[in-house]
Design a protein around this ligand. Structure first.
Ligand SMILES: [Zn+2]
Length: 210
């Protein structure tokens, strides 16, 4: 298995390439920016892109999705509860003082319970609203790994002061969906370093407020 995570764009969103070298196939999660770099890496690895998975529709995570789709033909998956945020791309770009990336509605709704990813490395979609209404996490159970988007970070949680955010909801999502996973589950957050469910369960200050 190929698993490469690297930070892209001014907000340093963690973009992940997961590939199956035998099948010659890959998925990309959160191509927020630097699409040429992502595309170059896929070519270097000799992988055909099958799915573009977006954890939520903030500009730093979704900004490059349509460009990557145009370059590769891969469909975009996004939870439809984030469609209002997709429509707000111009204001999102204005907050960051960057150009507005072109976006389009997703090809598939990344709905709770859907199984996505590669045949040998499937992921279950966990709908975890709170950071945004359409925020999702991807649980790769056989790999003991979860891609957490901006729901859970090492020692922190996603901000809830932007449109569609809810503090009570994100806390509830983390407790009911993410902390339900085994302690050894590796967590790849949308920004910053990797962690584990066990480490966050023990030490994350936001998870001991209730
Ligand atoms: Zn975000």
């Amino acid at each position: 298995m190929i698993l490469e995570t690297f930070a892209v764009g001014p907000l340093q969103c963690n973009c992940t390439i997961m590939g199956d070298e035998e099948a010659g196939e890959a998925i990309v999660i959160d191509p927020g920016d630097e699409v040429d770099r992502i595309q170059r890496r896929l070519t270097e690895l000799g992988l055909m892109l099958k799915q573009i998975l977006v954890t939520h529709a903030h500009i730093d995570h979704v900004g490059g999705a349509l460009k990557l789709k145009r370059l590769t033909g891969a469909p975009i998956y996004l939870n439809e509860n984030d469609l209002p945020l997709l429509d707000m791309m111009a204001s999102q770009a204005a907050w960051l003082r960057t150009a507005t990336p072109e976006t389009a509605p997703p090809d598939e709704n990344l709905t709770d319970g859907l199984v996505v990813g590669l045949e040998r490395y499937p992921a279950l979609v966990l709908h975890t609203p709170g950071h945004t209404q359409g925020s999702i996490c991807l649980h790769f159970a056989p790999l003991k790994m979860v891609i957490a988007g901006d729901t859970l970070f090492a020692g922190s949680i996603g901000r809830t002061d932007l449109p569609g955010g809810s503090f009570n909801q994100i806390i509830d999502s983390i407790h009911s969906r993410l902390l339900a996973l085994p302690d050894e589950t590796r967590v790849l957050p949308g920004h910053g370093p990797a962690t584990s469910i066990g480490a966050e369960r023990k030490t994350n200050p936001f998870l001991h407020m209730q």
